[in-house]
Design a protein around this ligand. Structure first.
Ligand SMILES: [Zn+2]
Length: 139
């Protein structure tokens, strides 16, 4: 069996990461080493890490305001939209996350893959939403 990777959120530095989950072992933040919290939701695989990290950098770099973060969360939370019309959701998100248009490789056109990428954005944006104070520069 391949290891499962779950999104984790670090309370200390406010960053999200995809971490391999081992039963009984607390995940730690790969950036600052603090204890990280597993974000309930979808599980991923090792091959998803690259895209997850790219999306995380993108969201982090966008420095969304609290209000914009909330709007983005709401857009992503619509599961029906996300699975049936992910292209439409991406189009709405571009206003807040213009970097989505410049991903390499670009976001897939295929709906299931696009919905998969949007699913990853949810825990990332959720982490930003819960830990906005970490926008402040840190050592
Ligand atoms: Zn951290």
């Amino acid at each position: 069996m391949t290891a499962q990777y779950l999104p984790t959120a670090c309370k200390s530095c406010g960053r999200a990461a995809l971490a391999p989950i081992h039963l009984g072992v607390e995940p730690t933040c790969q950036r600052c080493g603090a204890r990280a919290r597993v974000v309930p939701g979808e599980a991923y695989q090792e091959r998803d890490i690259a895209l997850f990290e790219q999306l995380e950098m993108l969201v982090y770099g966008a420095e969304l305001s609290a209000q914009d973060t909330q709007v983005v969360s709401i857009l992503l939370s619509d599961v029906a939209d996300r699975t049936k019309a992910p292209d439409l959701v991406v189009a709405r998100l571009l206003r807040f996350l213009p970097g989505l248009a410049h991903l390499t490789p670009p976001l897939p056109e295929a709906r299931p893959d696009l919905a998969h990428a949007l699913g990853m954005l949810l825990p990332i944006v959720g982490t930003r939403f819960r830990h906005p104070s970490s926008q402040a520069p840190h050592a």
